[in-house]
Design a protein around this ligand. Structure first.
Ligand SMILES: NC(=O)c1ccc[n+]([C@@H]2O[C@H](COP(=O)([O-])OP(=O)(O)OC[C@H]3O[C@@H](n4cnc5c(N)ncnc54)[C@H](O)[C@@H]3O)[C@@H](O)[C@H]2O)c1
Length: 380
């Protein structure tokens, strides 16, 4: 992620210094940037001379002192481990000018904790890019407890300068927007599979061909990496409790056997001969409204927590995962009452917190704010 983000900054005209733990990794990072810039030239997205000057703006070092002496901003993309991240922020703090802003590309960890490892917690925020950062246009900007509005504004402007669409996560909540909603949707599918309600092929077929999502949930989990999905799931469970109860019987054996999905060749599917074929003929064996219901419910929790607004939630899901619609706009079109009924039906049947309607959703329905047809739902 670090070299991809560095490449974009350099393409936008910034001078970038990449830091890593040894020269060999830095050399590899530079080669990857060069390869990617060449691809952009080949596809006529940028001119040769612009690619060359972008590459010339990228330097590398293993020394935090050399890198940070006169920076305006540092962006951290070290492995997802809070102690390592705190150590990195404390080092950056010691050697960077006082005005410099710090951002973390973390997918799940606490921005507040990272900020507290520095003497400038007001200047530390989350800036969560999606993979590959050169191509994906979404950036989640996350406010830690101590982050100033000025820092959020500056990073939002920076994201726009990079040609990205920023969405604001106003609270330091785990999973931010996209991973949180995806997490509950994955869990619903895993539990349905475990209960024997549908096979993974049937769930993926329905999600893809009936729901219009770009990938089925099992296919997507394999694509993201089951080790990552597992870790995000664990953090969500720790943060939100039973609502994110993981389906251990399904995922743990794969983790134990290091079957992480596409990157290891096997996960839920066999990827050794390329992308798995999701059978078209099973397209109505799983009710995709169930995926939507838990997604809308989690969106309602995010809004109730005052962590993000419906526009940013919808933008996040559309740009971060290519959903055909955001959950809030979907609910407004379908009717919030229908979503609530589906949740109540599932809750009565399975008695799981995942299906328990969020009080905000119940409140909207009781007020008659059921969506487009009444002029008010998540949107007016
Ligand atoms: N991979 C993704 O799809 C993705 C997407 C969004 C966000 N993220 C987040 O981005 C971060 C990085 O993920 P990644 O997949 O690029 O990881 P990675 O393991 O591929 O890269 C991390 C890099 O950090 C380097 N590093 C380790 N310790 C360091 C230190 N003390 N100082 C400087 N460099 C150090 C490593 O040598 C390595 O090159 C994580 O927080 C992850 O959650 C990843």
């Amino acid at each position: 992620m670090g070299h991809g983000i560095g490449e974009m900054l350099a393409m936008t005209g910034y001078h970038v210094m990449l830091i890593d733990i040894n020269d060999e990794l830095l050399q590899k990072a530079r080669e990857k940037i060069k390869w990617s810039l060449d691809k952009f030239v080949e596809k006529k997205r940028i001119r040769r001379e612009d690619a060359d000057s972008a590459l010339a703006r990228v330097s590398t070092t293993t020394s935090y002192e050399d890198a940070c002496r006169d920076i305006d901003m540092a962006l951290e993309a070290v492995p997802e481990n809070i102690n390592l991240k705190k150590e990195v922020f404390s080092k950056l703090d010691a050697v960077s000018p006082p005005h410099a802003l710090f951002a973390s590309n973390t997918s799940t960890l606490s921005i507040t904790e990272m900020g507290e490892a520095t003497r400038r917690p007001d200047r530390v925020a989350g800036m969560h890019f999606f993979n590959p950062p050169q191509l994906m246009t979404l950036v989640e900007i996350i406010k830690g407890v101590n982050t100033s509005q000025e820092t959020i504004n500056t990073l939002t402007e920076l994201a726009k300068k990079l040609g990205k669409t920023p969405v604001i996560v106003r609270k330091d909540v785990r999973g931010f927007i996209v991973n949180r909603i995806l997490g509950v949707v994955f869990n619903e599918a895993f539990w349905a599979f475990k209960r024997g309600e549908a096979t993974k092929e049937a769930i993926d077929s329905s999600v893809k061909y009936t729901g219009g999502f770009p990938m089925g949930w099992f296919e997507l989990a394999d694509f993201v990496g089951l080790d990552i999905a597992y870790e995000v799931g664990r953090i969500l469970y720790e943060a939100y409790g039973e609502r994110f109860k993981p389906c251990s019987e399904i995922i743990d054996p794969l983790i134990k056997e290091k079957k992480f999905g596409q990157k290891t060749g096997v996960g839920f599917y066999d990827w050794t001969k390329g992308r798995p074929r999701i059978p078209f003929e099973l397209l109505d064996e799983y009710d995709v409204e169930r995926s939507w219901a838990v997604a809308v419910n989690e969106a309602a929790w995010i809004i109730q927590d005052d962590a993000a607004n419906p526009e940013d939630i919808d933008t996040g899901m559309k740009l971060g995962t290519f959903w055909p619609s955001g959950p809030c706009e979907y609910a407004d079109r379908t009717g919030l009452g229908m979503i609530l009924n589906k949740l109540e039906e599932m809750h009565a049947k399975h008695n799981m917190e995942m299906y328990k309607p969020c009080p905000l959703l119940e409140d909207y329905v009781s007020k008659g704010w059921v969506g487009k047809k009444t002029g008010r739902g998540f949107y007016k």
